[in-house]
Design a protein. Structure first.
Ligand code: AP5
Ligand code: MG
Length: 219
């Protein structure tokens, strides 16, 4: 199954994707994670995008489209893929249509995670992520067993550079301006399904079964 996962910063895109990857083996592709990994490596791509990310600005479309095209062309997706955080602009949505048509990999659903604005800041400011394996935690909503240590791999938990209030507000503003309108485009294609952003783990299984039509463990 091929999915897009959409939602405001802090809506729970990465959290949902990790549940779906672990339980349904759908491959998680997050442009944000790709960029952050390149920044950590100090690669030329990382250095080129660092400033945009820290300020909460979008990385230019051409660069982002090239990366997604190469990941989708070179990867192997036996159970499909989930794009988390892409597309974010009309230009990216058009590019994605072309890429998927060329690769003959149609989209099945666009999952839109809906969350009230006042929850987003609380979620983002309390978020911690593993510096090694990207597992997502929250200091009160979803804490690790040992403070600042990843339960999965023992890596150090850190705060993202772009999780400062100024940058978060910018990310939300840009989402409303440039990304939200894409939902209408996908609604017209009949692809959008909505998930309440207050989801618990078990709600995700019900959602997948009821809305995406997949039985747990069958994929
Ligand atoms: P990206 O990494 O995609 O960030 P984002 O869209 O701002 O979203 P977040 O990762 O902040 O939130 P999330 O929805 O994944 O929430 P999470 O699951 O972590 O992009 C970062 C930057 O990269 C962009 O600003 C841009 O610069 C660049 N970029 C990326 N893609 C690009 C593109 N296509 N074009 C151009 N530039 C691009 O959850 C948040 C917190 O809430 C966690 O602590 C979690 O534990 C908690 N939580 C989540 N769900 C629940 C729940 N159901 N109940 C309780 N707590 C929950
Ligand atoms: Mg994320």
């Amino acid at each position: 199954m091929n999915l897009l996962i959409m939602g405001k910063p802090g809506a729970g895109k990465g959290t949902l994707a990790s549940i779906l990857q672990d339980n349904y083996h759908i491959t998680h592709i997050s442009t944000g994670n790709i960029f952050r990994e390149e920044i950590a490596k100090r690669s030329p791509l990382g250095l080129a995008v660092e400033n945009f990310i820290t300020k909460g600005e979008l990385v230019p479309d051409e660069l982002t489209n090239q990366i997604v095209k190469s990941v989708l062309s070179e990867g192997d997706f036996p159970n499909g893929f989930m794009l988390d955080g892409y597309p974010r602009t009309k230009d990216q949505a058009m590019a994605l249509d072309l890429i998927l048509a060329e690769l003959n990999m149609p989209l099945n659903f666009v999952v839109d995670i809906e969350v009230e604005d006042d929850v987003l800041l609380q979620r983002i400011t309390g978020r911690r992520v593993c510096s090694q394996c990207n597992t997502i935690y929250h200091i009160t909503l979803h804490p690790s067993t040992k403070i600042d240590v990843c339960d999965v791999c023992g890596g150090e938990l850190i705060q993202r550079e772009d999780d400062k209030e100024e940058s978060v507000k910018n990310r939300i503003r840009i989402y409303n301006q440039k990304t939200e309108p894409l939902l209408d485009y996908y609604r017209q294609k009949g692809l959008v399904v909505t998930l309440d952003g207050r989801f618990k783990r078990e709600d995700v299984f019900e959602f997948v079964e009821m809305k995406l039509g997949v039985t747990h463990g069958n994929n």
